[in-house]
Every structure is written in structure tokens, then in C-alpha cells.
Design a protein around this ligand. Structure first.
Ligand SMILES: [Ca+2]
Length: 214
């Protein structure tokens, strides 16, 4: 180049397929206005999960039964299953900035509802009079098809879960709304995020400072 520019021009010509080389210490410089120059990047992994996928959100399993499981289904609906039968709800999509989700089930009436960001779904009836059995395992991230195992990658949870609470009674609407509006939590008498006893297996990150966007 006869001019005084000192920039390095990285010429990349990839007519077909993908170029694989280390970019360490290099860069892309677009030197002039054109309608012909561009760089196509090939991700090492797909940028998002395949859309056709079911996702386990919460699993409580005893030896022979999925006692209390919350799912996002293939078609995007959300479900609660109690040892077999389940109810399904069409809800707003979970937001990348975080969503507050709550499931209520009243054993006597079977009334079941999903709450998203302080708003309650319509109610459906699931197994009135049913009793959830003790001595199971609560698991986040995987759906155990047997006690302690038989996981499927395609059903695993990918994302962030925080502020998990569980009670042995149905909370009032105002208490549920306050969790979303004021981020104020009534102490959970089954699970309480502030004093949760847990054990991580595999590639699970526990950030020292939780994200508090919600
Ligand atoms: Ca499974």
C-alpha cells in the first residue's frame, strides 16, 4: 500500500464451507465502505436449544412414581403431573430477563393454577383428595425415570433457577403477588432458598452473587 495507513488487512476468502483457524492476536478490519465485504461466523454449537424439546422444571420422585413434576412441554405449554395424571396450561414464554413462576395445587379440591409474574392462570382440577408420598428425591435439572437416574439429555433443564420456595399449603394471591412485586418471600416450610440444603452433580454453576434482575 502506498498510503500511510498501518492497518493490517486480513483477507479471508471462504467460497465454500467454513474456515477454521485461530484468531488469537488477529482481528477483522473492514477497510472501506463496500457492499461486498463480510465475515460469516460458524458457531461451535447451535446458538439455541432445538425448539422441539421438553424441559423438566421441577421433579419430585419416589421409588415408583413421579410424585410432583413440573414440565415445559414440546409444544411450549406448562404442566403439573401428580403420579401420572397432569394438567396443561398455555402461559407466556419465559423471559430471558427472568420470570417468576408459581404453581399452586390444593389437595382437597385438586384446584391447580400456574402464576407467571404475579398473574394467575385459570384453574384446573387435578387429582382431588390425592396425597403426595414422602421419602422421594427432589431434583432440578434432570427428569429421573427411575429412582436416582435414567436421565435424558433432551429433557434436561438449561438456564438459571433461583429463589426456589415450597410450602405445604396454598399461599394467598396477595402473598404470591408480593413475591413478584416486592421480591419478598414468606419463609418456605418445605424449601426456603435462603437456607436451602443442596448438592450439585456435574456441570452446575452456583454464582457467588445471584443475579437480581427479577
Ligand atoms: Ca425422562
Amino acid at each position: 500500500e502506498a498510503n500511510n495507513q498501518t492497518c493490517v488487512i486480513l483477507l479471508i476468502s471462504v467460497p465454500e464451507g467454513r474456515l477454521e483457524c485461530s484468531l488469537l492476536g488477529k482481528g477483522f478490519i473492514f477497510r472501506e465502505e463496500t457492499d461486498t465485504s463480510y465475515v460469516v461466523l460458524s458457531p461451535a454449537q447451535p446458538l439455541k436449544l432445538p425448539p422441539k424439546r421438553e424441559i423438566i422444571l421441577f421433579s419430585y420422585r419416589t421409588k415408583y412414581y413421579d410424585e410432583f413434576n413440573v414440565w415445559q412441554e414440546f409444544n411450549g405449554t406448562f404442566s403439573l403431573y401428580l403420579s401420572g395424571p397432569g394438567v396443561h396450561f398455555t402461559l407466556p414464554k419465559l423471559n430471558t430477563f427472568g420470570s417468576h413462576m408459581c404453581v399452586t395445587w390444593e389437595s382437597k379440591s385438586g384446584l391447580t393454577a400456574f402464576w407467571v409474574n404475579g398473574k394467575r392462570s385459570l384453574r384446573k382440577v387435578l387429582r382431588p383428595g390425592h396425597r403426595i408420598q414422602p421419602q422421594g428425591i427432589v431434583m432440578l435439572g434432570q427428569d429421573p425415570d427411575i429412582f436416582w437416574g435414567s436421565f435424558e439429555k433432551a429433557q434436561s433443564f438449561v438456564g438459571e433457577i433461583s429463589d426456589l420456595y415450597m410450602w405445604d399449603c396454598v399461599l394467598s394471591p396477595s402473598i404470591i403477588q408480593n413475591v413478584y412485586l416486592d421480591h419478598s418471600f414468606l419463609k418456605g416450610n418445605i424449601f426456603d432458598w435462603k437456607s436451602l440444603s443442596y448438592k450439585c452433580t456435574g456441570n452446575v454453576i452456583v454464582p457467588s452473587k445471584p443475579l437480581t434482575g427479577m
